[in-house]
Write a protein that binds this ligand. Structure first.
Ligand code: DGL
Length: 278
């Protein structure tokens, strides 16, 4: 797992960025696993969604997100956006960056799904850009050519998540989950990768629809877990005496963002929230 993180670590915070609030699902896991780590999060809420845009636009936005992180002291950077992760290698978005230790979410999620499947049929739901990139098919067939991957783009789940329509009993959430996932259910998959970091917010709705026989792999959660293991292995975790500082930045309204932070990370989280310009 550790070798999916590129580079070596120094002291500093864990940097995390996403196109919007989706990456907060990764932050939630990081805090749960490593309550003493400093975290700097950027959600580019003024320009979300990224997943319906072209590769070069995604790469340009990602370069600005990385440049923002370079102004802070980060020991490693998590690209908690499936869409940016899917073009990370091909568009060489870290070329020339000062940050030399980073990870996307694709390899951790592909690894976890390969481990979980029993019937060798894996489903992937993600943004149109991620599905178009074919990154999961590539990564999974590279390590397990015997596995069949079925992918489906679910573009409308992102605006629903940004607006809090994610819970069991919420009609738009139930409708679109049924609409998008029926073809995958018919393929008899036993493992489903939530390949967009906004989608773990629908976890309960999706699990109920797919049934208990299907294992859900959250790309956010497995990436946080991998980060924890890597930091532990490199003895780069902050000591228990350290009081964690959590800084959350967004590029649009702080008020709206605060609501989502309370909803997705927890209302009682001790953090600073500010708006920034990229
Ligand atoms: N959370 C993002 C992802 O994981 C992207 C959603 C979007 O901006 O379209 O792909």
């Amino acid at each position: 797992m550790i070798d999916t993180l590129y580079g070596s670590m120094s002291d500093g915070a864990i940097g995390v960025f996403d196109s919007g609030v989706g990456g907060l699902t990764c932050v939630r896991e990081l805090i749960r696993l490593m309550p003493h780590e400093d975290i700097i999060y950027l959600g580019d809420t003024a320009r979300v969604p990224y997943g319906t845009r072209s590769r070069d636009t995604i790469a340009r936005y990602a370069a600005q997100d990385i440049a923002f992180m370079e102004k802070h002291r980060v020991k490693l950077l998590l690209v908690a956006c499936g869409t940016v992760s899917s073009v990370m290698q091909s568009e060489r978005i870290f070329d020339g960056s000062k940050i030399d230790c980073y990870s996307g979410v694709i390899i951790p999620a592909a690894d976890a799904a390969c481990e979980a499947t029993r019937n060798k049929r894996i489903g992937v739901i993600a943004t149109p850009a991620t599905v178009r990139s074919g990154c999961y098919e590539f990564e999974i067939s590279r390590q397990r050519p015997d596995i069949t991957v079925y992918s489906r783009a679910c573009p409308l789940l992102v605006p629903l998540a940004e607006n809090g329509y994610t819970f069991v009993g919420c009609e738009p959430a139930e409708f679109f989950v049924r609409e998008y996932l029926t073809p995958l259910k018919e393929k008899d998959i036993d493992t489903l990768i939530l390949g967009c970091t906004h989608y773990p917010l629908f976890e309960e709705v999706i699990q109920r629809f797919m049934g208990d026989g299907v294992t859900l792999v959250s790309s956010s959660a497995v990436t946080a877990q991998q980060t924890f293991e890597a930091l532990k292995a490199q003895k780069a975790l902050k000591p228990d005496s350290h009081k964690a500082q959590i800084e959350l930045y967004c590029t649009d309204s702080v008020e709206l963002f605060k609501e989502n932070v309370a909803r997705f990370v927890g209302g009682d989280i001790d953090c600073e929230i500010a708006r920034c310009i990229l």
